[in-house]
Design a protein. Structure first.
Length: 402
């Protein structure tokens, strides 16, 4: 719905101005008349530059959605009507993009749509898990409880994701620094030494000659090397967009010696936390597994969960097919079996998720402790080796003079 800027006067002659969402100018004047204002000017608000250039629009982050769900839950619990809650949330939202979306959701509900239907129009912001839990909350009359659970779940999921990103950041940053330092030495420093070595007139040691040759090669072909790197990254992205390529890459990631075990623990924590949240909110187990499989983030784990869902639909317990996936540890399978037998599967899944959150913490700390000295030795060895190779001819001359 378009936004109109208006200016006018009250019955006492005081000047007023503001903004109103309305269908057209006539509707704005009618609304102002009912509120006791006399309209002087009414014009449509011009669009921001962001609306013409989508890439300038601020993205809606997970944190924005978490805060939205948390405050929304509190407002509903306090007894505020749905429309009023959304109106207040839109007016308080700092992210303009998200504020417009909340306003559009409010307008949809005012037009007769349900909250679930309105949220489903924005899958990039409200995923299947969010929409399905809200649907369960609407049908069960416990929307405030569901939104509270959703915000708690998303906060824990964000914390888990940040731990994994933190674990990946350190080795990648050291690798980038290493490549940058080596490139700088080859392009700028080695040529200076090469000029000096040519004046000596003696044969260079093997390591020094290798560095000189590498420097000459890089100076001649650095543009081609950069192009090859960009082409390789592009090709990898294209391969990852195909089914076979994505499955192959995800399989290699899970089998990798350092990151594989960590990502399996993350997968267990995410699966158990999500299933616990959905089951405690009244979502059927088959529907929950279908949603969890699509949000797994790894094609191998997704395929395993789809097989689990199929097996359960045929009458098996959840523990039996989980044991056959070779992804979930036997302890997890046994605890789930106990939860099924006692009728407290959602509570058991929550306990497993808490345990594996701690396991991820411990794995990240252990991996960081292992990688930190290794990466430092690697960086020091590469740079130190290059420096020694550059000074070898000078050492040889000093030894010959002595």
């Amino acid at each position: 719905m378009p936004i109109f800027l208006w200016s006018g006067t009250t019955r006492k002659g005081e000047s007023k101005k503001g903004e109103i969402d309305a269908v057209d100018e006539a509707a704005v004047k009618g609304m102002l008349r009912r509120q006791g204002y006399k309209a002087i000017t009414v014009k449509k608000k011009p669009k921001d530059l962001e609306e013409y250039l989508p890439f300038l629009q601020k993205k809606v982050s997970e944190k924005d959605v978490v805060v939205f769900a948390r405050i929304f839950s509190t407002m509903i619990n306090a007894g505020l009507p749905l429309i009023q809650c959304l109106d207040l949330l839109a007016s308080q939202e700092q992210n303009k993009t998200f504020a417009k979306i909340i306003t559009a959701i409010k307008d949809d509900i005012s037009g007769g749509a349900t909250l679930t239907e309105s949220l489903a129009k924005y899958p990039a912001i409200f995923d299947q898990l969010f929409v399905n839990l809200v649907a369960a909350g609407e049908s069960g009359g416990i929307l405030d409880v569901i939104l509270g659970r959703l915000s708690s779940y998303m906060e824990k999921a964000m914390k888990l994701k940040s731990k994994v990103k933190g674990a990946m950041t350190y080795p990648l940053s050291v690798l980038v620094i290493s490549v940058g330092v080596v490139s700088l030495l080859l392009l700028k420093v080695i040529p200076v030494f090469q000029t000096m070595f040519e004046g000596m007139g003696s044969k260079l040691p093997g390591p020094t000659q290798f560095l000189v040759d590498a420097s000459q090669f890089m100076q001649s072909y650095y543009l081609y090397m950069g192009g090859a790197l960009v082409a390789a990254i592009y090709a990898l992205k294209r391969i990852n967009r195909t089914d076979k390529g994505e499955i192959f890459i995800d399989s290699m990631i899970l089998k990798s010696p350092v990151f594989g075990p960590l990502l399996k623990k993350v997968a267990v924590a995410k699966f158990t936390r999500t299933m616990s949240t959905m089951m405690s909110s009244g979502v059927p187990i088959l529907e929950g597994l279908g949603i969890v499989s699509k949000t797994a983030g790894n094609r191998i784990i997704e395929a395993a969960l789809i097989k689990v869902r199929q097996s359960i639909s045929e009458g098996n317990t959840i523990a039996e097919p989980l044991a056959e996936t070779n992804i979930f540890p036997s302890m997890v399978v046994q605890m789930i079996a106990v939860g099924e037998a006692t009728g407290a599967l959602d509570a058991m899944l929550s306990k497993i998720a808490d345990f594996y959150d701690d396991e991820v913490d411990a794995a990240v700390d252990a991996m960081t402790a292992l990688l930190e000295p290794f990466m430092m030795v690697f960086l020091g060895g590469v740079v130190g080796g290059m420096i020694i190779a550059m000074y070898l001819p000078i050492f040889q001359m000093a030894a010959a003079a002595g």
